[in-house]
Design a protein around this ligand. Structure first.
Ligand code: SF4
Length: 693
């Protein structure tokens, strides 16, 4: 569990593991060459059935983590939050300081947030909620920064599971990449190409011309925040022209009469004014979609879900395959999506939520939803914050509000590989973390379970998140946080599940480190859905009870020009963020700590349309300032027609990017409590001007 020393070996070893990034649904296999406890090389694992030898630039760059001179190798703390006040310390002093602060403020004023860094080999992610529950701390889902809202919309409607990429390759005749970007799920790409070779028609819809557009027969640039409007107009045509599947609708859905009456108002002409997509193209897409039984929609992440109405888009899109009867069959329904599971996936639950003590004040625990958290932080509800593998001020919306809240706290702790914006500017204690090769864990894709064995000794005084949580729990009198003999025993407990065939780590090792999951490649094969009626709910009474519209609707985002015309005049450009292949969110000090990534992506670049650039006398490569009434950020201009006029785009994860974005509420409080994991609006309108960096 600790990430301890391994016996030295002078022989060259080839170790099979997984890339440490978390690009779900893409997880890539990696082969590491090791000699004398040093990593000589990393390369793609040709035998990995998911990635088949693929390893992108980020995966290649991961070898620069291990013996990186910028890595944090000893616990460090400071008594005042100034740059020069850091001093190295012992684990005992660091942990005593944290435990002392927790005892002083009481468990209810302590919050735990474990981000992507603790999901690297899954173990920290599985243990963090257990740690919070047993200790009585506040706990927030990692998903509050990315895909949670879209998942909420899908599960509210019903089709929450996804068909696999292998099923798509073999059976889909129409594939709609709706905000899905191949830089976010590269291992889906070969399966897309295989389907295309077989004759499948590919459609790409996004706010920018992403890599997916290059693979598509048909492309649509959509105005940010209007995906629900497009889905409603598609339904208008399908229902209005009688193209739906009456038998499927009658047997497996609820609320069709209400939906049919409701979508009459959403004509393609209306949708054209909202989305910017011509009405003729919307009609043609509706007809093609309804006429193709093996039609699969792959929904993307940031472009849609980092939006106040992203859950409404998810809810509306989820209705489409139910209308045409494209659910529970090969090649149809919904395809790979970030954090969505194939049918049957699961592991044993070790969270111990039933042992979470009542909060001493009697006040309900904080809602794990970004806007609610921001309100509670403003109220001073959290006094000690424990961050595991997350750069909070980089990833939260309305980051300057977060920064002010952190500055008011008694103690902020970061457990990480490198210093980063939050650790550098706001933390009092920084704990050195083991890397993925220095501890044992696992990953599951939608089809396979992979063991990630410890391959080298832990560098310096680094420790795993599991070790840190256990040491703190013991100091606080919780003796059974880690009741397993060792990590293998923990994994044996987690894998004791039918989908994993109750396999043990020893058995996995003996068979090469991985095995297929016992899943169905077709989602919802029994045509039962996780709704109160077990049907797809076009009309959702549950939504109404939670204070939301019972039918799928389109509500323009608050940053829309007609809603805030004066503000739109001052900040005329709609800002969106997303993924490229040269970074993973704010990992590794925004990519600056790994030379390969720093070289590939040296500074923030804002995509801006030539017309918008010319109007501001900005040329390609110019230093610019991006600003609004929340904050300002420096960048370089990338003048490109890959974004339409009025829209600007930047890859996420840069320091300062979320000083620009809105932390406004996306869900009513009742819905946020019922579905913890939703994010704030993340919207932003900005103005851009030439500036010196
Ligand atoms: S796409 Fe790249 S970063 Fe993501 S898991 Fe694969 S190799 Fe790693």
């Amino acid at each position: 569990m600790t990430g301890s020393d391994l016996p030295p070996s002078h022989a060259m070893r080839h170790v099979r593991t997984m890339c440490p990034m978390n690009c779900h649904p893409t997880y890539c296999g990696m082969e590491v060459e090791i000699q004398d406890d040093r990593v000589l090389s990393v390369q793609g694992d040709d035998e990995n059935p998911d990635s088949r030898g693929f390893l992108c630039i980020r995966g290649q760059a991961s070898r620069e983590i291990i013996d990186n001179p910028m890595r944090v190798l000893r616990p460090r703390l400071r008594d005042v939050r100034t740059d020069g006040a850091w001093r190295d310390t012992s684990w005992d002093e660091a942990l005593d300081r944290i435990a002392g602060a927790i005892v002083k403020v009481g468990a209810e004023a302590v919050a735990v947030w474990a981000g992507h860094g603790s999901i690297v080999n899954t173990v920290g992610r599985r243990l963090a909620p257990r740690f919070a529950n047993l200790c009585g701390f506040q706990w927030w889902e990692p998903a509050i920064v990315c895909w949670g809202l879209g998942g909420f919309g899908f599960s509210l409607t019903g089709p929450a599971q996804v068909n696999t990429k292998e099923d798509m390759a073999a059976h889909s005749d129409l594939i709609v990449l709706w905000g899905a970007n191949l830089a976010s799920q590269p291992t889906t790409a070969p399966h897309l190409v295989a389907a295309k070779r077989r004759g499948a028609w590919i459609v790409a819809i996004d706010v920018r011309r992403s890599e997916a557009f290059e693979q598509a027969h048909e492309t649509h640039l959509i105005r940010p925040g209007t995906d629900a409007a497009l889905a409603l107009a598609l339904m208008h045509v399908i229902v209005g022209e009688g193209l739906h599947d009456p038998a499927f609708v009658s047997s497996h859905t609820a609320g069709f009469p209400e939906l049919a009456a409701h979508v009459k108002q959403y004509t393609p002409e209306w949708a054209e004014t909202e989305t910017g997509i011509p009405a003729t193209a919307i009609r043609a897409l509706s007809r093609r979609y309804a006429a193709t039984k093996q039609s699969m929609i792959l929904v993307g992440g940031s472009s849609m879900h980092k939006s106040a109405n992203g859950w409404q888009a998810g809810r509306a899109i989820a209705c489409l395959p139910a209308l045409t009867g494209a659910l529970g069959r090969p090649g149809a329904g919904l395809g790979p999506r970030h954090a969505a599971q194939s049918s049957g996936m699961g592991t044993v639950n070790i969270e111990a939520s039933e042992r979470r003590p009542p909060s001493p004040s009697g006040r309900p625990y904080m809602i794990s939803e970004m806007s609610s958290i921001l309100d509670d932080l403003d109220d001073g509800r959290v006094k000690v914050l424990l961050l595991f593998g997350t750069n909070m001020v980089s990833s939260f919306a309305d980051a300057s509000r977060v920064a002010r809240a952190l500055d008011r706290m008694d103690l902020v702790v970061s457990h990480d590989l490198f210093m980063q914006e939050t650790a550098r500017n706001h933390s009092d204690v920084v704990l050195p973390a083991t890397s993925w090769l220095e501890e044992t864990g696992y990953k599951t894709t939608n089809t396979h379970l992979y063991l990630m064995d410890q391959a080298i000794s832990a560098r310096g005084d680094t420790r795993s998140a599991a070790w840190v949580m256990d040491a703190l729990a013991k100091r606080l009198g919780v003796v059974d946080f880690f009741p397993w003999k060792d990590t293998d025993a923990l994994l044996t407990a987690l894998f004791d599940h039918p989908v994993m065939g109750h396999v043990t780590p020893a058995q996995l090792r003996a068979q090469g480190g991985y095995q297929p999951l016992a899943i169905s490649h077709v989602a919802h094969p029994d045509l039962l859905f996780p709704t109160p009626s077990r049907k797809v709910e076009f009309f959702s009474e549950r939504a109404a009870e939670l204070g939301m519209p019972p039918l799928p609707v389109y509500e323009p985002i608050a940053e829309d020009a007609p809603i805030q015309p004066e503000r739109a005049g001052r900040f005329p450009l709609l800002f969106r963020q997303g993924r490229t292949l040269t970074h993973f969110h704010g990992f590794y000090d925004h990519g600056r700590a790994l030379p390969t990534l720093a070289k590939a992506d040296p500074a923030p670049r804002l995509w801006i349309n030539p017309a918008d650039a010319a109007a501001r006398r900005i040329r390609d490569g110019d230093a610019i300032r991006i600003l609004n009434d929340r904050g300002t950020m420096g960048a370089r201009a990338q003048v490109t027609d890959r974004v339409p006029p009025g829209v600007v785009w930047m890859r996420d994860g840069w320091a300062g990017i979320n000083d620009l974005t809105s932390g406004a509420r996306s869900l009513p409080a009742a819905a946020a409590r019922a579905f913890p994991g939703g994010q704030a609006a993340y919207e932003a309108r900005v103005e851009v001007s030439a500036a010196k960096l």
